[in-house]
Design a protein around this ligand. Structure first.
Ligand code: HEM
Length: 446
């Protein structure tokens, strides 16, 4: 494992930050939609509002955060810099944001022109992103840090899964735009999107980030070496079985069982690592990781319920546990680590601290806020508590419990508002610090 991150390779603030700021904005939209749509939206997978809400989550919240975080992690953990970072990030961010809104419009109003616009915008966004990242991985393959392999294998798998998810998604949206449908393709789209792209990326991040930031033991070699290879293999087997006709369902279900087993072993190891971490305080990121992993663990019984019960709600419960409870929690938790770090780092870099004048250097160090000052722990903990309520209420709403369906939207609005306040205050502190530093530099100029 790469035991340290090379923070000098951090890309400019404007590269990942806009992606991260999408999280509360799309969170707010998901909350508003859940508040104003019929409670049916939590009951039927194919309701218009459900499909719209799903993509506010998977593209607007999870997708934005993961695309932004990946550019950052590749640079500092693997020495792979996406270039030209600013241009790629700005273009992808704009296309992804508008494209997601177009897709959501398409679902809500069942509007072919919106689907076609979404296909063009999202197709361009992902083509540019995947092209730029793949090129960077290829060109800089010889300078990759030793020990970064553990992160690169799952990252490559996640990117391939993203490409497949997007291709299937674009085909389905294009078909809807042309007035037809490809209903048999949805299973592959969902599986590659959630267990391939989402699952593998978080797994890769956990191998690197939990030991460094939570001071956990490193993951066992058996987990880091084999799971990132086994999971894509199982996804390929599942896809082949799903596409074949005449084979017993049991074969596909056996592959699903193995997939569940692979993920449960990662979740179990991660929970154990977090439980025995050396960092005694549970900061917001730690609590988000716990919430996310517990929700992911709960997906196993939900999957058994889906396959062996006849309840139509099982698929919704499984989807909500995975997207909102599992992936959503962990992605929110990452923001509480990455955003304060980025602001702290860029504030430091904004001025070179003079080393020839110790008195002056002390003044600079006093002015520069500590990393923990950007988002105070208590503010983050409020958000974790609210977000846990979001995960519970959305899951209960998916079981068909009407009071939970009524609470789900407002709780999400509240949680996203808290995140907006927390991130907004951090950004204001950053701007204030830059201004003070600039004023000081002006005054000390001869
Ligand atoms: C270019 C991006 C994408 C497009 C154009 C797209 C398009 C679609 C379409 C058209 C459907 C409806 C299928 C049907 O009616 O049969 C769908 C369903 C779904 N998509 Fe996507 N998608 C995209 C990205 C993603 C990603 C990245 C994920 C997950 C990480 C995802 C997760 C899902 C899920 C879970 C469903 C099923 C919703 C449900 O069961 O209620 N999509 N997508």
């Amino acid at each position: 494992m790469q035991r340290a991150l090379d923070f000098d390779k951090t890309p400019a603030l404007g590269v990942p930050l806009p992606f991260f700021l999408n999280v509360p904005v799309f969170g707010l939209l998901a909350g508003l939609l859940a508040t104003w749509s019929d409670p049916q939206a939590f009951m039927s997978r194919w309701d218009r509002a459900t499909l719209a809400m799903t993509h506010l989550w998977t593209l607007g919240i999870l997708g934005s955060a993961m695309l932004g975080a990946l550019i950052q992690i590749l640079a500092v953990a693997c020495n792979v810099a996406v270039t030209p970072a600013r241009a790629v990030a700005a273009t992808v961010h704009a296309l992804l944001t508008v494209g997601t809104l177009a897709l959501v419009t398409g679902f809500l109003w069942w509007a072919p022109p919106a689907w076609l616009a979404a296909v063009a915008l999202l197709g361009a966004a992902f083509a540019i992103y995947l092209g730029a990242v793949s090129l960077a991985l290829w060109r800089q393959r010889r300078q990759v840090y030793k020990g970064a392999r553990e992160i690169l294998v799952p990252v490559r798998g996640a990117l391939a899964a993203l490409a497949l998810t997007v291709l299937i998604g674009l085909s389905m949206a294009g078909a809807l735009g042309a007035g037809t449908a490809l209903p048999g393709w949805a299973g592959g789209h969902i599986l590659w999107g959630l267990l391939g792209w989402g699952g593998l990326l978080l797994m890769g991040m956990s191998f690197q980030l939990l030991p460094i930031f939570q001071l956990t033991e490193i993951y066992p070699k058996s987990v880091t070496r084999w799971l990132p290879l086994l999971i894509p293999g199982l996804l390929v087997a599942w896809t082949a079985l799903d596409a074949s006709t005449g084979l017993p369902h049991l074969m596909r279900e056996t592959v699903e069982l193995l997939l569940a087993g692979a993920y449960v072993s990662w979740i179990g190891t991660s929970l154990h690592r977090l439980g025995t971490r050396k960092r005694p305080t549970a900061e917001p990121t730690t609590l988000f990781w716990f919430t996310g992993l517990i929700c992911l663990l709960a997906c196993a019984p939900a999957w058994i319920w889906l396959r062996h019960g006849q309840a139509p709600q099982a698929a919704m419960v499984l989807g909500v546990l995975l997207i909102v409870g599992g992936l959503g929690s962990i992605v929110h938790g990452m923001l509480y680590k990455i955003v304060p770090f980025l602001l702290w780092k860029h504030a430091q870099d904004a001025r070179v601290i003079p080393d020839h004048d110790p008195a002056q250097a002390r003044i600079y160090l006093k002015i520069l806020p500590k990393m923990a000052a950007y988002i105070p722990a208590a503010a983050g903990q409020w958000h974790v508590a609210l977000y846990a309520l979001v995960a519970v209420s959305w899951t209960l709403a998916a079981t068909g419990w009407a009071p939970a369906a009524q609470a789900a939207g407002p709780l999400m609005i509240l949680a996203s508002s808290v995140l907006i306040v927390n991130l907004g205050r951090a950004l204001m502190l950053y701007r204030r610090t830059l201004k003070i530093l600039a004023d000081m530099a002006e005054k000390t100029q001869p």
